[in-house]
Ligand binder design. Structure first.
Ligand code: 5GP
Length: 260
């Protein structure tokens, strides 16, 4: 499929115009960034893995009635997606406290939350994606109260589904980030956008708590590709990627899962 002009370039993805209006092509890069772009690297093969893992998760979510921007995966690095105007909020869902919440509130790392927690962050790199309240979203018209209630409900449904999916393959879904957008053509509809991958989730091995996500990069743990491959292997999609040259240099099982 012929790519049109570049519409947007983010840290890990590029969005190009697609031949059909209302659609776009989302390209997954190998770039890894953390701490608001202070730490940067290129990790060969990451984009390929995120493209396939995100396709798998979004397709599974479509199966339970969640509307997403995914039309289809086109190749190893690209997906055809519906063009949306992104709501400038990161919706963070947490099942276990780790990362920013532990620093912000002094909660012990690894604390299992009694019920899932949703947080809202304003999507602005220059401001470091600050935590905001529901009232900010309403005050600045980033979404209406009805839209926000609906998105919140979707977030918890997605969490329930994904927790079960990952638990079934021996992975704890610790937390994750979602983005939603409004379609541009036809009836303006809010749909799930962006990606769901080990870049946007925290995933821990159920027995060892070994990190199988982007924290391997953030915390200099190394072995990021073997960890992402391990996620793909458990989701039973790795075999489709075995001929990809970028992924050949690391055997699927080369990550050592420590026992607790
Ligand atoms: P935290 O707030 O603890 O840094 O992140 C919570 C969860 O949201 C983690 O799973 C993290 O990967 C995800 N997350 C939050 N902000 C971003 C972001 O700007 N980019 C990506 N890729 N993930 C994010």
């Amino acid at each position: 499929m012929k790519k049109g002009k570049k519409l947007y370039e983010g840290k890990a993805k590029i969005v190009y115009a697609a031949p059909d209006s209302g659609l776009a092509i989302q390209h997954f890069k190998d770039h890894a960034t953390a701490f608001n772009n202070l730490k940067k690297s290129t990790i060969e093969g990451k984009g390929v893995l995120n493209n396939r893992i995100s396709e798998h998760i979004l397709t599974s979510l479509e199966g339970i009635g969640i509307k997403t921007h995914l039309v289809k995966r086109i190749n190893m690095r690209e997906q055809l997606i519906k063009l949306v105007d992104i709501i400038p909020i990161e919706f963070i869902i947490r099942n276990i406290a780790t990362g920013s919440i532990t620093k912000r509130l002094g909660i012990k790392d690894g604390t299992i939350l009694d019920r899932p927690l949703i947080e809202f962050c304003y999507k602005d790199d220059d401001l470091g994606d600050p935590l905001i309240a529901k009232e900010h979203i309403l005050a600045f018209n980033w979404a209406t109260a009805t839209e926000l209630d609906w998105i919140t409900e979707q977030c918890f449904r997605i969490n329930d589904f994904m927790q079960g999916m990952f638990r079934g393959v021996g992975i704890k879904l610790v937390d994750f980030k979602l983005e939603f957008g409004k379609t541009r053509t036809g009836k303006k509809q809010i749909i799930l956008a962006d990606e769901i991958s080990p870049d946007t989730c925290r995933l821990w091995d159920i027995d060892s708590d070994e990190k199988l996500d982007k924290d391997r990069f953030r915390k200099d743990l190394g072995n990021l590709i073997p960890a992402y491959k391990e996620v793909a292997k458990r989701l039973n999609i790795l075999h489709e990627l075995t001929n990809i040259s970028e992924l050949k240099f690391n055997k699927p099982t080369s990550i050592k899962l420590k026992k607790k």
